[in-house]
Design a protein around this ligand. Structure first.
Ligand code: PLP
Length: 423
């Protein structure tokens, strides 16, 4: 299986090459040149999630140097449960927040880290991952790479702009994970990362690489849980489910479309967004207009220019096809709050602000049967928003609690990238 750039189909690489490069040299994103069919996978004979992941991903690694490592990578990366919970009758919730940092980003970050560690063993070299974060991404990446041999991670976060629990998840690792508090905004952090990559001497000397959400190594594993949940649902009820997905950069939903392209029993895929309405506006107006993001309660979805749209356009290029395949609905902060409260009052179930956007979309459907709302984070990560609404404390999951108890360590820096490499 080869992967091609969204901007040039003749630019072909293997999965490992795409994982190490991140972005294609022409600035495009890597996508599979074609999709393997799940028809050859006997889904019902598979006994564990890592085994399913291996079967689904194997065709993508067929002629890759990681081929013989894939089974081990899946066991290493997906070492936590993936429950499909019945919320109410034929309305399900897919809880993707049982990984070490309590958000779905653990799937992609752990698969990427495990793949990179294996690659490094085969081709030893210095590797430094630079990552700027506005909150969730940095924690998942730091956790996934902690203790990995031969890889150093530098995480940059904007001073005073991440929540206390998010900051703890960025700064509690020590060892090969270095955290930097930047006296500036998230955009300043991103600029420092870009500047470092542009500095050929620093980039070569440190073996710089990135772990951001456009990396193929984060995308591919995000298709597996859609395969898993759709077969599980279809097996139990004989009906194909519709997925409703809280979306920002559209990496998570891109995984769903890839699962659909492989032949998963999926009826429809619906995106829920917050007040950042770039995609709903495109569906309405037919003209794509990326813009600045605005701040909302579902902050991990505050994206005005979703980077993975380029991958969706690659699948469904013209607006007519796009409208047929994609629906997207915007949910504002007031509705997010009301939905968190409504679900708790009715069902005693607590959801995070991101999950609430998708649950709102479900509740506004003409019929909400045969739907799976994707839950992207544990509500305890957003306790400052959720607890006042439900009037009670949310028990902190064990994995998160153990991180919160660790010692926090970071270095304060200005906005000059060279400070990151002065040791
Ligand atoms: C990152 C994130 C999202 C958005 O996912 P995308 O892949 O960027 O669309 C939604 N919810 C949570 C909790 C996240 O951390």
């Amino acid at each position: 299986m080869k992967f091609v750039s969204t901007r040039n189909a003749s630019l072909q690489v293997t999965a490992s090459e795409a994982i190490l490069q991140g972005l294609a040299p022409d600035g495009g994103l890597y996508v599979p040149e074609s999709f393997p069919s799940l028809a050859t996978v006997n889904v019902h004979e598979i006994s564990s999630y890592p085994e399913l992941a291996f079967e689904v991903l194997a065709p993508f690694f067929e002629d890759d140097v990681l081929k013989d490592d894939l089974a081990e990578i899946c066991i290493d990366a997906f070492n936590f449960p993936v429950p499909l919970v019945k919320l109410h009758e034929k309305q399900m919730i897919l809880e993707l927040y049982h990984g070490p940092t309590a958000a779905f980003k653990d799937f992609g970050a752990r698969f990427l880290a495990s793949s990179m560690e294996k690659l490094l063993k085969k081709q030893p070299r210095k590797l430094t991952i630079l990552v700027a974060t506005s909150g969730d991404t940095g924690g998942a990446v730091a956790s996934a790479f902690a203790g990995r041999k031969g890889i150093e991670v530098k995480v940059l976060f904007p001073k005073g702009r991440v929540s206390a629990r998010q900051q703890q998840q960025l700064t509690c690792w020590g060892g090969n994970i270095k955290a930097y508090e930047v006296d500036g905004s998230f955009d300043d952090c991103q600029k420092m990362v870009k500047d470092a990559f542009m500095d050929a001497k620093v980039s070569k000397e440190w073996g710089l690489s990135s772990a951001n959400s456009i990396n193929l190594g984060r995308l591919l594993p995000q298709s597996v849980y859609y395969v898993y949940a759709s077969y599980l649902y279809h097996g139990a009820y004989g009906v194909k489910p519709t997925f409703i997905i809280p979306s920002g950069n559209v990496g998570n939903s891109c995984g769903a479309y890839w699962a659909f392209s492989m032949g998963s029993p999926i009826e429809r895929i619906a995106l829920a967004v917050n007040a950042n309405k770039t995609i709903p506006d495109y569906l309405k107006e037919g003209e794509y207009k990326p813009r600045q993001s605005i701040a909302t309660l579902a902050n991990a979805m505050d994206v005005g220019s979703p980077s993975n749209m380029e991958r969706l356009f690659n699948l469904y290029g013209d607006i007519a096809t796009f409208r047929k395949m994609v629906s997207a609905t915007s949910v504002d902060d007031e509705s997010i709050k009301a939905t968190i409260k409504e679900v708790y009052d009715e069902l005693g179930y607590v959801i995070c602000p991101h999950t609430a956007t998708a649950e709102r979309v479900r509740r506004d459907l003409p019929s909400s049967d045969d739907t799976i709302v994707v839950s992207t984070a544990h509500p305890a990560k957003f306790e400052a928003v959720v607890e006042p609404l439900i009037g009670t404390q949310i028990p902190v999951p064990e994995a998160l609690a153990s991180l919160l108890a660790k010692k926090s360590e970071f270095k304060s820096v200005g906005c000059d990238y060279r400070e990151l490499f002065a040791e």
